[in-house]
Design a protein around this ligand. Structure first.
Ligand SMILES: [Zn+2]
Length: 329
C-alpha cells in the first residue's frame, strides 16, 4: 500500500506544468515544487488532492520496482503472514456480504483475497500491474467485462491514473444488486492533518490521488450506487498509521515501515532497532489516538460499501445486503 511517507525524488529535468485534475478534469496549476520532489496539491474545483508533478510511466515503473513486492516476501517476521491473514479476513467478509456470482479484485496484489474467494467456490479474477498468477490480468476494469456480483478496490483506487473513470467503470460493471467495496486512505483523517507530508498513507508517488470520505461517497452516489456502509475501522492500518507517524518524530526520524520490510524489499535503508524500540514506546498512545480518530469518524483509512440497485433504475432500492450496517463502524 505504501513505500515511503516522505516526498521522494523524481527527475530534476521535469517541469511542473498545468495538469488536468485526475478526478474532475478541471485545469490545475501546480504550486512551486522543489526540483526533485513530489508534493500534494488540491484541485480548486473538486478539492481532491493530486500528486504533482504527475509521474511519468517510467517514473511509476521505477516506483513499483522489483523491491516493491518481491516473490520472496516483503516483511520481516510474521509480517507477511499477518497481512495475508488480514486480507483473508476481509475477503471472507466480502464473500459473506456479496450476492452470489463472480468477484473482481482490482489491485489483487499477491492474490490473498482471490485465494479465499476460490476456496469459497467463487469465480474470481484479479487485476494487477503484473502478476504470474493465472487468475490475474493487467486489464482495466472496463476490459474485464460486466456482470460482477462484487468488485473490490482494496487500496487500489488511489494508485489508478484515471480513478474517477475507473470508479464509473466499476459501477457499470456490477450486476443489479452487486456490491462495490472500496478502501482508501482518508485525506480528511486526523492523522493526515497531524503528520502532513510524513503521513504513512501518502505514499508518493504511487498514490496519485488523495480522497476524503465525503468525496468518495459523493462520487459513488453520483454513479447511481447506494452507499450501505462507511467504516473507519475496516480499511485497516489505522493504528499503524499513528505508530509510524509518532516513531518518525523521534530523533533521526526512524522509518518504521521501511525497517519492518525485508532487506530486498526496502526502498531505503532504515535502522531497525531504534524504529522498533520507538514503536513499542508509542504504541499505547497510538492506540488511544486511533480510537479517538475512529470515534470522531475521521479514520486514517476508510472502507465504503455501495450497491447497484437490484432492479430498475439506479435509485430507490429497498433492503440491504445481509451483514451490513449502514453508516456504522
Ligand atoms: Zn478536480
Amino acid at each position: 500500500m505504501r513505500g515511503t511517507s516522505r516526498a521522494v525524488p523524481c527527475s530534476k529535468a521535469m517541469k511542473v506544468a498545468a495538469v488536468a485534475c485526475r478526478w474532475c478534469g478541471a485545469k490545475v496549476e501546480p504550486p512551486h515544487v522543489p526540483a526533485d520532489m513530489y508534493v500534494v496539491t488540491h484541485c480548486a474545483n473538486c478539492g481532491v488532492g493530486l500528486t504533482v508533478p504527475y509521474p511519468t510511466a517510467a517514473q511509476l515503473h521505477q516506483a513499483y520496482g522489483t523491491w516493491y513486492r518481491p516473490d520472496s516476501g516483503r516483511f520481516v517476521g510474521a509480517g507477511d503472514w499477518l497481512l495475508a491473514a488480514f486480507r483473508g479476513r476481509t475477503a471472507r467478509w466480502v464473500h459473506r456480504t456479496s450476492p452470489q456470482g463472480p468477484i473482481l479484485d482490482v489491485g489483487a496484489g499477491s492474490g490473498a483475497m482471490l485465494d479465499v474467494f476460490h476456496r469459497a467456490g467463487r469465480t474470481a479474477l484479479g487485476l494487477e500491474r503484473r502478476s504470474s498468477r493465472p487468475d490475474v490480468r493487467a486489464w482495466t476494469i472496463a476490459e474485464s467485462g460486466d456482470g460482477w456480483a462484487a468488485i473490490v478496490m482494496w487500496h487500489s483506487l488511489e494508485h489508478l491514473p484515471n480513478p474517477r473513470r475507473s470508479l464509473k467503470e466499476a459501477a457499470l460493471g456490477l450486476r443489479n444488486g452487486g456490491l462495490l467495496v472500496v478502501a482508501i486512505p482518508n485525506a480528511a483523517s486526523i492523522q493526515y492533518r497531524v503528520f502532513g507530508p510524513h503521513w504513512l498513507h501518502l505514499d508518493l508517488p504511487r498514490h496519485l490521488t488523495h480522497l476524503s470520505k465525503d468525496q468518495l461517497v459523493a462520487a459513488l452516489e453520483e454513479d447511481g450506487l447506494t452507499v450501505l456502509m462507511v467504516s473507519h475501522v475496516r480499511g485497516g492500518q489505522v493504528v499503524f498509521g499513528w505508530i509510524h507517524g509518532l516513531v518518525g518524530r523521534f530523533p533521526g526520524h526512524p522509518d518504521l515501515y521501511q525497517a519492518l520490510r525485508q532487506v530486498q524489499a526496502r526502498e531505503s535503508k532504515a535502522p531497525i532497532v531504534p524504529a522498533i524500540a520507538a514503536a513499542v514506546l508509542v504504541s499505547p498512545l497510538a492506540l488511544l489516538l486511533a480510537g479517538l480518530e475512529i470515534l470522531s469518524r475521521r479514520g486514517g483509512t476508510i472502507c465504503v460499501v455501495a450497491r447497484r440497485p437490484a432492479s430498475g433504475t439506479f435509485r430507490n432500492i429497498g433492503g440491504e445486503a445481509p451483514g451490513l450496517n449502514p453508516e456504522k463502524v
